[in-house]
Design a protein around this ligand. Structure first.
Ligand code: NAD
Length: 346
Protein backbone atom coordinates (compact mmCIF):
# COMPACT_ATOMS: atom_id res chain seq x y z
CA UNK A 1 0.00 0.00 0.00
CA UNK A 2 1.31 3.48 -0.85
CA UNK A 3 0.92 5.16 2.54
CA UNK A 4 1.19 8.79 1.41
CA UNK A 5 -1.31 8.18 -1.39
CA UNK A 6 -3.77 6.56 1.04
CA UNK A 7 -3.56 9.27 3.69
CA UNK A 8 -3.92 11.95 1.05
CA UNK A 9 -7.04 10.20 -0.27
CA UNK A 10 -8.68 10.07 3.19
CA UNK A 11 -7.30 13.45 4.34
CA UNK A 12 -5.38 12.21 7.38
CA UNK A 13 -3.15 14.62 9.29
CA UNK A 14 -0.63 12.22 10.86
CA UNK A 15 0.22 8.55 11.08
CA UNK A 16 2.59 7.13 13.67
CA UNK A 17 4.07 3.67 13.12
CA UNK A 18 5.39 2.09 16.30
CA UNK A 19 7.82 -0.81 16.51
CA UNK A 20 9.11 -1.69 19.98
CA UNK A 21 10.66 -5.14 19.73
CA UNK A 22 11.58 -5.39 23.41
CA UNK A 23 7.96 -4.77 24.45
CA UNK A 24 6.55 -6.86 21.58
CA UNK A 25 4.59 -3.88 20.28
CA UNK A 26 3.71 -3.19 16.67
CA UNK A 27 1.11 -0.45 16.39
CA UNK A 28 -0.24 2.23 14.10
CA UNK A 29 -1.83 5.43 15.39
CA UNK A 30 -3.86 7.46 12.88
CA UNK A 31 -4.85 11.06 13.53
CA UNK A 32 -7.45 11.89 10.92
CA UNK A 33 -8.70 15.36 11.79
CA UNK A 34 -8.12 17.75 14.70
CA UNK A 35 -10.11 20.75 13.44
CA UNK A 36 -12.66 20.39 16.26
CA UNK A 37 -10.03 19.44 18.88
CA UNK A 38 -7.66 16.59 19.79
CA UNK A 39 -8.55 13.33 18.07
CA UNK A 40 -10.36 10.74 20.22
CA UNK A 41 -10.78 7.09 19.27
CA UNK A 42 -10.13 3.69 20.82
CA UNK A 43 -7.18 1.33 20.58
CA UNK A 44 -8.10 -1.91 18.82
CA UNK A 45 -5.99 -5.05 19.22
CA UNK A 46 -6.28 -7.67 16.48
CA UNK A 47 -4.07 -10.34 14.86
CA UNK A 48 -4.13 -8.59 11.47
CA UNK A 49 -2.86 -10.86 8.69
CA UNK A 50 -0.40 -8.19 7.55
CA UNK A 51 0.48 -4.51 7.94
CA UNK A 52 -1.60 -3.41 4.95
CA UNK A 53 -4.70 -4.86 6.57
CA UNK A 54 -3.94 -3.05 9.84
CA UNK A 55 -3.24 0.23 8.05
CA UNK A 56 -6.43 -0.03 5.99
CA UNK A 57 -8.45 -0.63 9.17
CA UNK A 58 -6.93 2.23 11.17
CA UNK A 59 -7.32 4.72 8.30
CA UNK A 60 -10.98 3.80 7.79
CA UNK A 61 -11.80 3.73 11.50
CA UNK A 62 -10.06 7.02 12.32
CA UNK A 63 -11.92 8.83 9.54
CA UNK A 64 -15.15 7.34 10.90
CA UNK A 65 -14.30 8.78 14.33
CA UNK A 66 -13.94 12.29 12.85
CA UNK A 67 -17.48 11.98 11.52
CA UNK A 68 -18.86 10.39 14.67
CA UNK A 69 -17.35 12.96 17.04
CA UNK A 70 -18.28 15.95 14.87
CA UNK A 71 -21.88 14.81 14.33
CA UNK A 72 -22.23 14.27 18.09
CA UNK A 73 -21.23 17.91 18.59
CA UNK A 74 -18.04 17.02 20.49
CA UNK A 75 -15.10 19.41 20.59
CA UNK A 76 -12.84 16.56 19.54
CA UNK A 77 -11.48 15.31 16.26
CA UNK A 78 -11.14 11.76 15.00
CA UNK A 79 -8.37 9.24 15.45
CA UNK A 80 -7.86 5.56 16.11
CA UNK A 81 -5.05 3.15 16.86
CA UNK A 82 -4.43 -0.52 16.20
CA UNK A 83 -2.05 -2.94 17.89
CA UNK A 84 -1.11 -5.88 15.70
CA UNK A 85 -1.24 -8.86 18.07
CA UNK A 86 -3.29 -11.82 19.12
CA UNK A 87 -5.37 -11.06 22.26
CA UNK A 88 -3.63 -14.01 23.98
CA UNK A 89 -0.28 -12.14 23.58
CA UNK A 90 -1.32 -9.05 25.55
CA UNK A 91 1.32 -7.95 28.08
CA UNK A 92 1.78 -5.03 30.45
CA UNK A 93 5.04 -4.12 28.65
CA UNK A 94 3.12 -3.85 25.37
CA UNK A 95 0.57 -1.39 26.77
CA UNK A 96 3.19 0.63 28.64
CA UNK A 97 5.18 0.96 25.41
CA UNK A 98 1.99 2.02 23.63
CA UNK A 99 1.40 4.76 26.22
CA UNK A 100 4.99 6.00 25.82
CA UNK A 101 4.65 6.04 22.03
CA UNK A 102 1.46 8.09 22.27
CA UNK A 103 3.34 10.89 24.04
CA UNK A 104 5.28 11.54 20.83
CA UNK A 105 2.01 12.92 19.42
CA UNK A 106 1.91 15.59 22.13
CA UNK A 107 -1.74 15.05 23.01
CA UNK A 108 -3.25 15.39 19.54
CA UNK A 109 -4.51 11.79 19.96
CA UNK A 110 -6.45 10.55 23.01
CA UNK A 111 -7.03 6.83 23.27
CA UNK A 112 -9.64 4.60 24.97
CA UNK A 113 -10.76 0.95 25.01
CA UNK A 114 -11.92 -0.79 21.85
CA UNK A 115 -12.13 -4.34 20.46
CA UNK A 116 -9.91 -6.64 22.61
CA UNK A 117 -8.74 -3.84 24.93
CA UNK A 118 -10.42 -3.19 28.26
CA UNK A 119 -10.36 -1.04 31.40
CA UNK A 120 -7.40 -3.00 32.83
CA UNK A 121 -5.34 -2.33 29.70
CA UNK A 122 -6.37 1.34 29.85
CA UNK A 123 -5.02 1.56 33.40
CA UNK A 124 -1.66 0.18 32.22
CA UNK A 125 -1.50 2.67 29.32
CA UNK A 126 -2.34 5.43 31.82
CA UNK A 127 0.90 4.69 33.73
CA UNK A 128 2.79 6.22 30.80
CA UNK A 129 0.48 8.81 29.25
CA UNK A 130 -2.25 11.17 30.40
CA UNK A 131 -3.84 11.15 26.96
CA UNK A 132 -6.32 8.39 27.73
CA UNK A 133 -9.98 8.26 28.75
CA UNK A 134 -12.51 5.58 29.67
CA UNK A 135 -10.70 4.83 32.94
CA UNK A 136 -12.77 2.65 35.29
CA UNK A 137 -12.85 5.17 38.14
CA UNK A 138 -13.94 8.09 35.90
CA UNK A 139 -16.19 7.51 32.86
CA UNK A 140 -15.80 3.69 32.90
CA UNK A 141 -17.46 1.24 30.52
CA UNK A 142 -18.95 3.13 27.54
CA UNK A 143 -21.47 0.38 26.69
CA UNK A 144 -24.39 1.54 28.90
CA UNK A 145 -24.13 5.02 27.32
CA UNK A 146 -23.99 3.53 23.84
CA UNK A 147 -27.15 1.56 24.69
CA UNK A 148 -28.97 4.71 25.86
CA UNK A 149 -28.04 6.52 22.63
CA UNK A 150 -29.21 3.60 20.51
CA UNK A 151 -32.48 3.47 22.45
CA UNK A 152 -33.03 7.19 21.78
CA UNK A 153 -32.14 6.67 18.11
CA UNK A 154 -34.63 3.81 17.86
CA UNK A 155 -37.35 6.04 19.30
CA UNK A 156 -36.56 8.76 16.75
CA UNK A 157 -36.58 6.15 13.98
CA UNK A 158 -40.01 4.93 15.14
CA UNK A 159 -41.28 8.50 15.07
CA UNK A 160 -40.25 8.97 11.45
CA UNK A 161 -41.33 5.48 10.37
CA UNK A 162 -44.64 5.19 12.24
CA UNK A 163 -45.52 8.75 13.29
CA UNK A 164 -44.99 8.05 17.01
CA UNK A 165 -41.92 7.36 19.12
CA UNK A 166 -43.88 5.30 21.62
CA UNK A 167 -42.36 1.81 21.52
CA UNK A 168 -45.12 0.06 23.45
CA UNK A 169 -46.16 -2.98 21.43
CA UNK A 170 -43.50 -2.36 18.75
CA UNK A 171 -41.63 -5.47 17.66
CA UNK A 172 -37.84 -5.13 17.72
CA UNK A 173 -35.32 -7.79 16.71
CA UNK A 174 -31.95 -7.40 18.45
CA UNK A 175 -29.04 -9.16 16.72
CA UNK A 176 -26.34 -9.69 19.36
CA UNK A 177 -27.05 -9.37 23.06
CA UNK A 178 -23.54 -8.54 24.27
CA UNK A 179 -22.62 -5.54 26.40
CA UNK A 180 -24.68 -3.04 24.38
CA UNK A 181 -27.43 -5.32 23.06
CA UNK A 182 -28.47 -6.63 26.47
CA UNK A 183 -28.61 -3.14 28.00
CA UNK A 184 -30.61 -1.96 24.99
CA UNK A 185 -33.12 -4.79 25.61
CA UNK A 186 -33.64 -3.41 29.13
CA UNK A 187 -34.57 0.08 27.86
CA UNK A 188 -36.81 -1.28 25.10
CA UNK A 189 -38.59 -3.73 27.41
CA UNK A 190 -39.14 -0.97 30.01
CA UNK A 191 -41.15 0.85 27.37
CA UNK A 192 -43.20 -2.22 26.46
CA UNK A 193 -41.53 -3.26 23.21
CA UNK A 194 -41.83 -6.90 22.17
CA UNK A 195 -38.34 -8.30 21.65
CA UNK A 196 -36.73 -11.01 19.53
CA UNK A 197 -33.07 -11.76 20.32
CA UNK A 198 -30.25 -13.83 18.84
CA UNK A 199 -26.65 -14.30 19.86
CA UNK A 200 -23.87 -16.44 18.43
CA UNK A 201 -22.06 -17.41 21.63
CA UNK A 202 -23.26 -15.91 24.90
CA UNK A 203 -26.17 -18.18 25.93
CA UNK A 204 -26.31 -16.65 29.40
CA UNK A 205 -27.21 -13.22 28.01
CA UNK A 206 -29.91 -14.78 25.83
CA UNK A 207 -31.43 -16.36 28.92
CA UNK A 208 -31.29 -13.03 30.79
CA UNK A 209 -33.02 -11.30 27.85
CA UNK A 210 -35.74 -13.95 27.86
CA UNK A 211 -36.26 -14.07 31.62
CA UNK A 212 -35.88 -10.40 32.56
CA UNK A 213 -37.14 -8.69 29.40
CA UNK A 214 -39.60 -11.28 28.02
CA UNK A 215 -37.63 -11.63 24.78
CA UNK A 216 -38.25 -14.47 22.34
CA UNK A 217 -35.02 -16.27 21.41
CA UNK A 218 -34.49 -16.99 17.71
CA UNK A 219 -31.47 -18.44 15.92
CA UNK A 220 -28.62 -16.24 14.65
CA UNK A 221 -29.67 -17.13 11.09
CA UNK A 222 -33.36 -16.38 11.59
CA UNK A 223 -32.92 -12.99 13.25
CA UNK A 224 -31.99 -11.29 9.95
CA UNK A 225 -35.34 -12.12 8.38
CA UNK A 226 -37.42 -11.94 11.59
CA UNK A 227 -40.69 -10.11 10.94
CA UNK A 228 -40.53 -6.97 13.09
CA UNK A 229 -40.95 -3.20 13.08
CA UNK A 230 -37.28 -2.43 13.73
CA UNK A 231 -34.19 -4.58 13.27
CA UNK A 232 -31.39 -3.59 15.70
CA UNK A 233 -27.94 -4.87 14.66
CA UNK A 234 -25.75 -5.01 17.80
CA UNK A 235 -23.18 -7.60 16.75
CA UNK A 236 -21.30 -7.21 13.47
CA UNK A 237 -20.67 -4.81 10.65
CA UNK A 238 -21.58 -5.19 6.96
CA UNK A 239 -24.80 -7.07 7.69
CA UNK A 240 -26.68 -4.94 5.16
CA UNK A 241 -25.31 -6.33 1.90
CA UNK A 242 -26.62 -7.69 -1.42
CA UNK A 243 -27.33 -11.13 0.02
CA UNK A 244 -29.23 -9.92 3.14
CA UNK A 245 -31.16 -6.93 1.72
CA UNK A 246 -33.93 -8.99 0.01
CA UNK A 247 -34.56 -10.92 3.25
CA UNK A 248 -35.12 -8.13 5.76
CA UNK A 249 -38.68 -8.19 7.09
CA UNK A 250 -38.67 -4.87 8.94
CA UNK A 251 -39.59 -1.22 8.38
CA UNK A 252 -36.34 0.19 9.76
CA UNK A 253 -32.79 -0.72 10.82
CA UNK A 254 -31.29 1.01 13.86
CA UNK A 255 -28.65 -0.51 16.14
CA UNK A 256 -25.22 -0.24 17.75
CA UNK A 257 -22.96 -2.12 15.32
CA UNK A 258 -20.32 -0.17 13.40
CA UNK A 259 -20.23 -0.08 9.58
CA UNK A 260 -23.62 -1.80 9.28
CA UNK A 261 -23.97 -1.09 5.56
CA UNK A 262 -21.44 -2.80 3.29
CA UNK A 263 -21.15 0.00 0.72
CA UNK A 264 -22.95 2.88 -0.96
CA UNK A 265 -24.77 0.57 -3.39
CA UNK A 266 -26.17 -1.42 -0.43
CA UNK A 267 -27.39 1.83 1.16
CA UNK A 268 -29.18 2.70 -2.07
CA UNK A 269 -30.67 -0.79 -2.36
CA UNK A 270 -31.99 -0.61 1.21
CA UNK A 271 -33.54 2.77 0.47
CA UNK A 272 -35.13 1.36 -2.70
CA UNK A 273 -36.75 -1.35 -0.55
CA UNK A 274 -38.29 1.42 1.58
CA UNK A 275 -36.43 0.41 4.74
CA UNK A 276 -35.32 3.33 6.92
CA UNK A 277 -31.77 3.27 8.26
CA UNK A 278 -30.40 5.17 11.28
CA UNK A 279 -26.70 5.67 10.39
CA UNK A 280 -24.41 3.74 12.73
CA UNK A 281 -21.94 6.48 13.57
CA UNK A 282 -24.80 8.80 14.58
CA UNK A 283 -26.80 6.35 16.67
CA UNK A 284 -23.90 4.57 18.41
CA UNK A 285 -22.03 7.70 19.58
CA UNK A 286 -23.14 7.41 23.23
CA UNK A 287 -19.94 5.61 24.27
CA UNK A 288 -17.56 8.18 22.81
CA UNK A 289 -19.70 11.03 24.16
CA UNK A 290 -19.16 9.52 27.61
CA UNK A 291 -15.41 9.07 27.06
CA UNK A 292 -15.13 12.63 25.71
CA UNK A 293 -16.76 13.87 28.92
CA UNK A 294 -13.74 12.45 30.73
CA UNK A 295 -11.20 13.77 28.20
CA UNK A 296 -12.61 17.28 28.54
CA UNK A 297 -11.91 17.17 32.31
CA UNK A 298 -14.42 17.50 35.19
CA UNK A 299 -16.46 14.48 34.09
CA UNK A 300 -20.16 15.22 34.64
CA UNK A 301 -22.56 12.35 33.99
CA UNK A 302 -25.61 14.62 33.79
CA UNK A 303 -24.00 16.68 31.01
CA UNK A 304 -22.96 13.50 29.22
CA UNK A 305 -26.51 12.12 29.34
CA UNK A 306 -27.91 15.36 27.89
CA UNK A 307 -25.64 14.93 24.86
CA UNK A 308 -26.38 11.21 24.56
CA UNK A 309 -30.13 11.88 24.64
CA UNK A 310 -29.65 14.44 21.86
CA UNK A 311 -28.90 11.51 19.52
CA UNK A 312 -32.71 11.37 19.22
CA UNK A 313 -32.78 14.80 17.51
CA UNK A 314 -29.84 14.06 15.21
CA UNK A 315 -31.32 10.76 14.03
CA UNK A 316 -34.70 12.39 13.44
CA UNK A 317 -33.02 15.18 11.44
CA UNK A 318 -31.03 12.74 9.25
CA UNK A 319 -34.02 10.48 8.51
CA UNK A 320 -36.28 13.41 7.74
CA UNK A 321 -33.69 14.91 5.40
CA UNK A 322 -33.28 11.56 3.68
CA UNK A 323 -37.02 11.38 3.10
CA UNK A 324 -37.02 14.94 1.74
CA UNK A 325 -34.09 14.52 -0.68
CA UNK A 326 -34.41 10.82 -1.53
CA UNK A 327 -30.72 10.25 -0.75
CA UNK A 328 -29.61 7.32 1.45
CA UNK A 329 -29.39 8.19 5.16
CA UNK A 330 -25.66 7.37 5.23
CA UNK A 331 -24.96 10.02 2.57
CA UNK A 332 -26.91 12.66 4.50
CA UNK A 333 -25.15 11.71 7.74
CA UNK A 334 -21.65 12.01 6.22
CA UNK A 335 -22.55 15.40 4.76
CA UNK A 336 -23.93 16.54 8.12
CA UNK A 337 -20.68 15.47 9.84
CA UNK A 338 -18.53 17.22 7.21
CA UNK A 339 -20.59 20.39 7.71
CA UNK A 340 -19.96 20.20 11.47
CA UNK A 341 -16.20 19.97 10.78
CA UNK A 342 -16.32 22.82 8.26
CA UNK A 343 -18.24 25.00 10.71
CA UNK A 344 -15.43 24.55 13.26
CA UNK A 345 -12.79 25.24 10.57
CA UNK A 346 -14.46 28.56 9.74
P1 NAD B 1 -20.02 -7.59 22.45
O1 NAD B 1 -18.86 -8.36 21.92
O2 NAD B 1 -20.17 -7.45 23.93
O3 NAD B 1 -21.39 -8.22 21.91
C1 NAD B 1 -21.59 -8.65 20.61
C2 NAD B 1 -22.35 -9.97 20.68
O4 NAD B 1 -22.77 -10.33 19.37
C3 NAD B 1 -21.50 -11.13 21.21
O5 NAD B 1 -22.15 -11.71 22.35
C4 NAD B 1 -21.45 -12.12 20.04
O6 NAD B 1 -21.51 -13.47 20.46
C5 NAD B 1 -22.69 -11.74 19.26
N1 NAD B 1 -22.63 -12.11 17.85
C6 NAD B 1 -21.57 -12.13 17.01
N2 NAD B 1 -21.96 -12.51 15.78
C7 NAD B 1 -23.30 -12.68 15.81
C8 NAD B 1 -24.28 -13.06 14.86
N3 NAD B 1 -23.96 -13.31 13.60
N4 NAD B 1 -25.56 -13.16 15.27
C9 NAD B 1 -25.91 -12.90 16.54
N5 NAD B 1 -25.01 -12.56 17.50
C10 NAD B 1 -23.72 -12.44 17.14
O7 NAD B 1 -19.96 -6.16 21.74
P2 NAD B 1 -20.66 -4.80 22.21
O8 NAD B 1 -19.68 -4.00 22.98
O9 NAD B 1 -22.00 -5.10 22.77
O10 NAD B 1 -20.81 -4.06 20.79
C11 NAD B 1 -21.79 -4.47 19.86
C12 NAD B 1 -21.59 -3.73 18.54
O11 NAD B 1 -21.70 -2.33 18.78
C13 NAD B 1 -20.21 -3.93 17.92
O12 NAD B 1 -20.35 -3.93 16.52
C14 NAD B 1 -19.42 -2.71 18.37
O13 NAD B 1 -18.38 -2.38 17.45
C15 NAD B 1 -20.52 -1.67 18.36
N6 NAD B 1 -20.27 -0.55 19.26
C16 NAD B 1 -20.09 -0.78 20.60
C17 NAD B 1 -19.87 0.29 21.45
C18 NAD B 1 -19.70 0.08 22.93
O14 NAD B 1 -19.79 1.06 23.68
N7 NAD B 1 -19.50 -1.15 23.40
C19 NAD B 1 -19.82 1.61 20.94
C20 NAD B 1 -20.03 1.81 19.57
C21 NAD B 1 -20.25 0.72 18.74
Amino acid sequence: MNVMQEITKYGHEKILFVNNEKAGLKAIIAVHNTVRGPAIGGCRLLPYANEDEALFDVLRLSRGMSHKNAAAGLDFGGGKSVIIADPSQKTEAMFEAFGEAMNALGGCYITAEDVNTDCDDALIIARKTKHICGLPHISGDPSPFTAIGVYQGIKATAKVAFGSDNLEGRTIAVQGVGKVGLDLCKHLANEGAKLYVANRKNKKNLEIAAEKYGATIVSADEILSQECDIFAPCALGAIVNPSTIPNFNCKAIAGAANNVILDLASGEALKARGILYAPDFIINAGGVINAAGEAAGNYNEEEVLKKVNNIYNTVEHILTESQRTGEPEGVIAERFAEECIDAARK
